[in-house]
Design a protein around this ligand. Structure first.
Ligand SMILES: [Zn+2]
Length: 228
């Protein structure tokens, strides 16, 4: 049986090691007392931990949406029907470290910006948006360097994906959705996407490309019969 003295000694040493652990943790969190190299290392580790957490969230939600989202399941089926065998592996979760949600590359597939989603619904809309680009690429042989081609696909993707849904518009502070407002949103988003094309010199050129194809592309709701 330990004597009271030994007990005290044990507690005291445990207390000092806890204190030391807390001190190191506090220094790690606040950066106080750390060298510049340690601060850099700490920030790199924090970033890796954030990336890991975001990636796990993105992969989990992606798997759920591929099974439960009517729009995602529908688009995956439509792509198979036109011999575009897209699988979960073509939808890649990666950190983007910027204000973006996703992207489509006919060479690499679909990029899901694991750090760019506000919530699962935003991710769902983004996946449908990018699947519409994939559908257009497979069915209509889109030339992504041609601004009018891209404009048409952007109009369709914004119109059909839910990007401009009532809730989303409301969340952005644009008030209640009316048909005219939905169209304004589609137009605004299509112009923004086209203006990011390296082939596009300025916003006026993007507006012109969107205007030129607007009437025919807004009516083209394939493969959806009507807006869901
Ligand atoms: Zn797009």
């Amino acid at each position: 049986m330990a004597s009271p003295q030994e007990d005290n000694a044990g507690k005291s040493s445990e207390g000092s090691s806890s204190f030391e652990q807390w001190r190191r943790k506090a220094a790690w969190m606040t950066g106080l007392g750390l060298s510049a190299e340690d601060v850099k290392r700490r920030d790199e580790i924090s970033q890796l931990q954030r990336d890991e957490r975001d990636w796990k969230w993105c992969e989990k939600k992606k798997a759920e949406l591929l099974h439960t989202s009517p729009a995602v399941v529908f688009m995956m089926k439509q792509l198979k029907l036109i011999n575009c065998n897209v699988t979960a592996d073509h939808l890649m979760c990666q950190p983007c470290h910027r204000l973006s949600a996703g992207g489509f590359s006919h060479e690499y597939g679909i990029l899901l910006c694991q750090d760019g989603f506000r919530n699962k619904k935003h991710m769902e809309d983004t996946i449908v948006h990018e699947l519409i680009h994939m559908y257009d690429h497979a069915k209509f042989k889109v030339d992504w360097k041609n601004l009018k081609h891209q404009a048409c696909s952007e109009i369709r993707a914004a119109h059909l994906s839910g990007d401009c849904s009532y809730r989303r518009e409301f969340d952005r502070g644009f008030g209640l959705r009316f048909t005219a407002q939905h169209m304004d949103c589609v137009r605004r988003r299509a112009v923004l996407s086209v203006s990011l094309n390296p082939e596009c010199p300025d916003e006026a050129t993007a507006v012109k490309a969107v205007n030129e194809v607007w009437d025919s592309c807004i009516k083209d709701t394939r493969p959806f019969d009507e807006l869901y």
